[in-house]
Design a protein around this ligand. Structure first.
Ligand SMILES: *Cc1c(COP(=O)(O)O)cnc(C)c1O
Length: 361
């Protein structure tokens, strides 16, 4: 049987990627100029599809970068002054990494940290009035802890003067954000969109652009070709400052189109059902326990289980014999966690195949 990847990223490609790749070769996508109207049409179609899929208002730009990691740096250089307070809500390796970038760039970074495997109750997070940036990770891919989106929205309801940046790398397009209460959201494509790696999407509003221009006017370094004002300037023409990953932009425009055809509410509904089946299995299993104990914070898209008695390596190897690839634990949890992605690419029968294979252990 063909291998299937339940790894949290890179993961199984979305089922239509193969046909789009073939068409891309046929249509010479790898050869067209990034200054051509052909490219502008591709970028425009990506922007229109994403706006519709995620309900993104017109005052947000949708910018192409190399990765989510790059976007961390872009946000720090463009959206917060070094004297202003920036708050980082940390509950795992990815949220910690963003915080560490802020320290390296000598920002006034403040960390609110909770234990790994726990989710944030944003009503309880202490935010000082003069905080100018709040950074949160909607879905901590390292632990499988997710914040309910309604909780995220409470931040801006209470502290409207801060900019709010939300990492949706491993929960997009399942998460439903209210963009009237968020200033920045970002993701890379090799997780829940099921595409090859090499493209980061930065969704960012006019308030952030104004902020970047204000920093520039104060002679702060906001970057070169990928400063926010420069990215935005090119975006208005559906272009990018550099020669971008045209193939990845093309593929994302196509896959978002396929998702729109299928219907985002159907995709979200299926996601819930599949996640329910996986958690149900884990709870009944005699060799696994959910790592995130509070159901309210259990991720729907990256499901993490801690192992009892068995080492994760043994479980991973056994599944591999059935051509099923799952993720190990992240860093310190490498040998006693397994991580299972439940992305839109994974259909119900594939989830059943995974659970059947797990049940033989
Ligand atoms: C994978 C991941 C990132 C980094 O993505 P890259 O594409 O490697 O830059 C950031 N945040 C979260 C939550 C992730 O899962």
């Amino acid at each position: 049987m063909a291998k299937i990847y339940f790894t949290p990223g890179p993961s199984q490609l979305y089922p239509t990627v193969e046909q789009h790749l073939q068409k891309a070769v046929f249509e010479n996508i790898g050869s067209i100029s990034h200054r051509s109207s052909d490219f502008q049409r591709i970028y425009q179609s990506l922007v229109e599809n994403l706006r519709e899929l995620l309900n993104i208002p017109q005052d947000f730009a949708i910018l192409c970068t190399s990765s989510a990691t790059e976007i961390w740096e872009r946000i720090l250089m463009n959206c917060v002054d070094k004297t202003e307070k920036a708050l980082f809500c940390v509950n795992g390796a990815f949220s910690e990494r963003f915080y560490s970038f802020a320290q390296t760039l000598q920002k006034n970074a403040i960390k609110q940290e909770i234990l790994e495997g726990q989710g944030f109750d944003f009503e309880k997070v202490q935010i000082q009035e003069d905080t100018k940036l709040v950074a949160i990770t909607h879905n901590e891919t390292s632990t499988g802890a997710r914040s309910p989106n309604t909780e995220i929205h409470k931040i801006k309801e209470k502290y409207s003067s801060t900019l709010l940046a939300v990492d949706i790398v491993s929960s997009v397009p399942i998460v439903e954000l209210d963009f009237s209460l968020v200033d920045i959201a970002y993701f890379s494509v090799q997780k829940a969109f099921g595409l090859p790696a090499g493209l980061g999407i930065w969704i960012v509003n006019l308030r952030c652009l104004e902020k970047a221009k204000e920093l520039e006017a104060k002679n702060e370094v906001i970057g070169t070709y990928h400063s926010l004002p420069n990215l935005w300037k090119y975006f208005t023409k559906y272009q990018t400052p550099e020669t971008p990953n045209v193939l990845a932009i093309y593929l994302l425009s196509k896959v978002t189109g396929d998702m729109l055809n299928k219907g985002i509410s159907k995709i979200r509904q299926e996601s819930k059902v599949k996640a329910g089946k996986i958690y149900n299995f884990i709870e009944k299993s005699n060799f696994l326990n959910p790592f995130v104990e509070n159901k309210k914070y259990q991720s729907e898209t990256v499901i993490v289980a801690k192992t009892k008695k068995k080492n994760s390596e043994e479980i991973i190897t056994r599944l591999d014999e059935d051509d099923i690839i799952i993720g190990s634990g992240y860093k310190n949890f490498k040998t006693n966690h397994i991580r299972i992605a439940n992305f839109p690419t994974h259909n119900l029968s594939e989830i059943e195949r995974l659970l059947e294979s797990l049940s033989k252990i």
